[in-house]
Design a protein around this ligand. Structure first.
Ligand code: BEZ
Length: 257
């Protein structure tokens, strides 16, 4: 899943941001897929998790809003089905037993519409097993990006809203309002080691936060990234490695109406 305004670099994503799907393997254990179960992978990205889930014998369908990603995964996993669809407004003819989603729902600013779509596409008694950025996610990085943009006069860029990081109370209230019973909700710190020891934070922002920099000349953007990386060093550079201060929200809920 990608932000609509970011240019998604599939190659950079696969090479340097493999942690996105590697962490998802833990969520598959919680999903505990069963043979015959029909599962939607919402925001399937590079397809590794959909493929992993399918090894259980479950029937897996993946959706993603990125044409590039879907084109790639269709070639990579020809035995699975993938479609380009938007998380906040999708519709299948047959409802699913389960909807799984890892590291995606924070891209859907209108979280309630994603919940409505999940409800519409689940059987009664069907479950959602989802994890994404929760309240306080990448707070250190965001604060520094906004502060640096403001100081350089880019107020509009600094106010760009790219992500949705809800608290437990906020998200579970919306779920309950929209026909779900919440069985498990957890908000936890998951500092995430970044792939590049030199440019870890700069690469992360380039990959995921480029919407902050629309219309900023590239030289100025490079200078801002350099400044941000220096500013967060005290908190995010630990024992010679860069970390992003991820905070995840993990939710298990069931459709009751
Ligand atoms: C996350 O996985 O928490 C995340 C990834 C990209 C941008 C923002 C958050």
């Amino acid at each position: 899943m990608k932000p609509e305004t970011n240019t998604w670099n599939v190659d950079l994503y696969n090479k340097k941001h493999a942690f996105v799907y590697q962490h998802g393997e833990e969520l598959i254990k919680i999903l505990n897929p069963k043979k015959g179960e029909i599962i939607l992978d919402l925001g399937c990205g590079s397809g590794q998790l959909a493929n992993e889930i399918s090894k259980s014998g479950a029937e897996v369908i993946g959706i993603d809003s990125s044409n590039e990603m879907i084109a790639e995964v269709k070639t990579k996993y020809p035995n699975l089905q993938f479609f380009v669809k938007n998380a906040s407004n999708f519709q299948f003819k047959k409802p699913f037993d389960t909807i799984f989603s890892n590291a995606v729902l924070h891209w859907v600013i209108d979280g309630e519409n994603a919940i409505l779509s999940m409800n519409k596409n689940l059987k009664i008694g069907g479950r959602i097993v989802v994890e994404f950025g929760g309240k306080g996610n990448v707070k250190t990085i965001i604060r520094s990006v906004k502060k640096t943009l403001n100081e350089r006069g880019y107020m509009k860029n600094s106010n760009t809203q790219i992500w949705y990081f809800p608290s437990i109370s906020e998200y579970t209230s919306i779920l309950e309002k929209n026909g779900f019973e919440v069985e498990y909700a957890h908000l936890y710190d998951r500092p995430t080691e970044l792939a590049d020891n030199e440019n870890g934070i700069k690469d992360w922002i380039e990959m995921f936060g480029s919407s902050f920099f629309s219309d900023i000349p590239s030289q100025e953007k490079s200078a801002i990234l350099e400044e941000v990386q220096n500013n967060v060093k005290e908190k995010c550079f630990i024992n010679g490695k860069w970390y992003a201060d991820y905070k995840r929200i993990r939710i298990l809920a069931r459709k009751v109406k």
